[in-house]
Design a protein around this ligand. Structure first.
Ligand code: SME
Length: 170
């Protein structure tokens, strides 16, 4: 049923349209169940398989005061706890603003969970005004991401928030 894979040609030709299609597909996938673990797992797998040139895609959870905890993801094993303000994910948790990092090695305090990562996008997940976690997308390619990717991941993150019961997070 879900034999989905990245279509590099469509992505390169019109990334904005590509992300619009992905957002509709993700919405259909997540409409099946509102459980947040289920939907984080599906979202991570969906992004990892549908966007070219990623080495990590997944979630960190806001469940404890000022420390993010590793959630469902695709990729190599990762740091379990990230204090707010540390690295890219912790910076986004503290500011609640999405960040696009062209070269993670020049980002002060970057946490190198996977040495293959060179660029990344992190999007805060906000539900009813509360931070419930962050979506973290990493690539082995420097300067991999554009503003179209940032906008696309913000849309996908919002779809996850809209389709999930997040009352036990944040
Ligand atoms: N890159 C992140 C750490 C998490 S891993 O890359 C999965 C950061 O600096 O926040």
């Amino acid at each position: 049923m879900y034999s989905l894979s990245a279509d590099r040609q469509s992505y390169a030709a019109d990334p904005v349209a590509y992300y619009q299609t992905l957002t509709q597909q993700l919405n259909s996938l997540l409409e099946i169940d509102r459980n947040w673990v289920t939907n984080m797992a599906q979202t991570a797998a969906f992004i990892y398989s549908m966007i070219p040139d990623l080495n990590w895609a997944g979630f960190y959870l806001a469940q404890d005061n000022d420390v993010l905890r590793l959630g469902p993801y695709q990729g190599r094993v990762a740091c379990v706890h990230i204090p707010y303000g540390r690295g890219v994910c912790g910076t986004v948790a503290a500011s609640k603003e999405a960040i696009l990092v062209n070269d993670v090695h020049s980002f002060a305090g970057h946490i190198a969970c996977d040495s293959a990562s060179n660029s990344e996008i992190v999007v805060p997940l906000i539900s009813a005004g509360r931070l419930v976690g962050v979506l973290d997308i990493d690539s082995p390619v420097k300067q991999r991401f554009t503003d179209a990717d940032l906008t696309g991941f913000v849309q996908l993150a919002q779809t996850f928030v809209d389709c999930s019961d997040l009352t036990s997070l944040g």
